[in-house]
Unconditional design. Structure first.
Lengths: 418, 418
């Protein structure tokens, strides 16, 4: 069971989470609990570090920032003991959670079972583990980077062959799309790892991508559910192998990302190595390039260009557009690339349909494009993968597009098998 | 170098302390720094624990409460690095600081030098150690109880054969008496361990008794000085072996404790075991009995008492008087002791003259009593040790008594050799 920052924000919420843990113990389970820092605490610690040092030592950063989770782990254990549940806290080095020495973005090396198993054998029912942290080969404290507590939970579930890994958060599951966009959005009972990965990376902020990848690799059954209100063993959304989902719809959900931008380099020399010359500098500038489209330039092939030319279009988050433009202008200045014009469009959004059923069903793309065309929504860029189709559209159409596609693929109905 | 909570209360003060550390590094020293939690942080953590659990697991208490020192250690290391000083933080388990498993009041077992020495050999100049904590034989985090950071500093100084142990605090040294009572109070350049122990236990709150005991046992030269304002290698007060203090005065300081209370059991049976029958229940009730005086009862030896009788008087902190009275009444009710009357005086204070010179100088007590008598101060109880004479007096006379004794023993003069 993993409880994020908002689920352990204060002592009342810690007590509430403890009741959910106790319920599982009463059902007969031994439980490993992964906790985040009380919300706000990590930010306070990070603020202190940033004010103390401009170019900080990541090892000291980790030593400071990891303390928030340690506090929650101790408090949660105390609360459980108070309720008569035999529990103890575990800091990363006590387990030990062995990681690489990549401070701030460490990866798991091993999670030996011996210490926790010994305590379970003694009769302890709950091990409360500080999330987000581990210990390096040098014996220093490491942190795992964004979403580290989700990842810790999945890693423990894998190491201990857990029946489930329940991620308690502030939403009650994974939806067919954002309920703020359409009231027809429906909570999914089950979703496959692959679909969840596409939804996570497309802006549905329920689960961190890395934790879903890890769950898929080790076949950990991951359940997302709310830490507020009553929950039982069927609450939330189960993220699992597609084999477990008997009949799935062709499309499982509509994801979207509102604040995208599009850059087109007009009339680029079409020569080997041109893509590397463009996207190398962008990566170095920290620009997260998403969709890429290359097509023949609309411009005439004139005297200025002795060889073949093309237009190159890519998208990135709108707040990275300054960096992207600067990287391109510098590359042009250095002579490594050439273009006639750099056209920026900061008023675009991305909408995607996701579903493993697409693998065996043709015509999903055609149905999607026709549906958008019927509403007068112009498609600017298209990108596809095996289980996803994404398009860039004008931002003003984003709600309309999501609602239309949600209807088109019958996501609001309750006929899904579970 | 040890910095207490007020000396690392915020980022500015951490920066200020870092400058003092840098100054020692520039003088050629390798430095071990012991830090407390930023002031207020430990109280916040303790508050959370108390709100979470009534009968708390001391192991979890320690895991939570120790995190404050870890944060300071990391921030201090970062600050030092920012100033170009090669430093790293050490949590108790990383050193390791091996302690007993007596959580909340653990005692040192060993502090192996290997890990820190290896880093010093690599060229690190400063080890910043989280104070107040250690690790138990079971690998759980322990805390050392009150004054634990001072004790940590002395223990490291002993383990690493340090030239000095500098305790930075919010006063600039040890004074002949409290400067708020008399403007003639003077900072001592040096004081012996024995005198410091008497002053510490008598209410001069500069150093925790246990840290002075430890310093005396391992002959650690302990310096108390202010973390505010300029300091150099001669600032503050050096607590050291009396051999180092060439010529000392007969009396070094006047200590006092304002809020004392006195209880007299009138007409107690004077039989073997009566003291145990009285002070056993008081100890069990958590009453810190200080002075004890037994004298023949003023009452007549009447028919109600078949054997010899006595009066028994003792003192304790005024806020423990309720507990003391209850313990005595219960003992009487149970028949284990007998007395005619229980007289409580809650308006008394204790004043003490302290000095190793007393050992070789007679007449100190007489001089003290005469001086107080001249001012009309009545002495209610007297207690003496080898280097201290304490008296209980009415509280209204405490300032007068301290001022008079300070003058009587010439403590305001500057003739002390250093």
């Amino acid at each position: 069971m993993k409880f994020g920052g908002t689920s352990v924000a204060d002592l009342d919420r810690i007590a509430n989470a403890a009741e959910k843990i106790q319920a599982e113990v009463k059902r007969g389970y031994n439980v490993i609990v992964i906790v985040s820092a009380m919300s706000g605490k990590t930010n306070e610690l990070v603020g202190w570090v940033n004010k103390t040092s401009d170019f900080y030592d990541a090892r000291e950063y980790d030593a400071v920032v990891s303390s928030g989770e340690n506090v929650t782990a101790g408090l949660m254990s105390l609360r459980l003991q108070e309720m008569g549940v035999s529990a103890r806290s575990w800091q990363g080095w006590q387990v030990p959670i062995n990681t690489t020495a990549a401070h701030g973005a460490a990866r798991f090396v091993s999670i030996p079972r011996a210490n926790l198993d010994a305590k379970f054998d003694e009769g302890f029912r709950v091990a409360v583990v500080a999330g987000f942290q581990g210990v390096s080969p040098e014996g220093r404290i490491t942190t795992l980077g964004r979403g580290g507590s989700d990842t810790t939970a999945v890693a423990f579930a894998a190491a201990f062959d857990a029946e489930r890994c329940d991620i308690y958060t502030d939403v009650d599951g994974v939806y067919t799309t954002d309920p703020r966009i359409t009231s027809k959005a429906r909570k999914l009972d089950k979703i496959s790892y692959e679909e969840m990965l596409e939804l996570a990376s497309l802006g549905a902020k329920v689960l961190q991508t890395r934790s879903v990848e890890l769950a898929m690799r080790y076949n950990v059954r991951l359940r997302v559910l709310s830490s507020f209100g009553d929950t039982d063993q069927n609450s939330g959304t189960l993220v699992c192998d597609e084999e477990e989902i008997m009949e799935s719809k062709v499309v499982s959900g509509i994801a979207f990302s509102r604040d995208e931008a599009k850059i087109t380099l007009v009339t680029v020399d079409d020569r080997p190595g041109i893509a590397a010359a463009i996207f190398g500098p962008l990566a170095e500038a920290g620009v997260n390039v998403d969709m890429i489209v290359q097509n023949i330039s609309e411009k005439d092939h004139d005297e200025a260009h002795s060889g073949a030319v093309t237009d190159m279009t890519f998208s990135c988050p709108v707040d990275q557009i300054g960096r992207a433009r600067k990287a391109m202008e510098e590359a042009k200045g250095a002579g490594s690339i050439n273009y006639d014009e750099l056209v920026v469009d900061t008023d675009v959004s991305k909408v995607s349909v996701v579903g493993i059923g697409m693998r065996s069903h043709a015509g999903v793309a055609a149905k999607m494009f026709k549906s958008l065309a019927n509403e007068g929504v112009n498609i600017k860029v298209i990108s596809t993968s095996e289980i996803k189709i994404s398009v860039l559209i004008d931002r003003k159409y984003i709600e309309l597009a999501v609602q239309t596609l949600h209807d088109t693929f019958d996501l609001g109905e309750t006929s899904e098998a579970s």
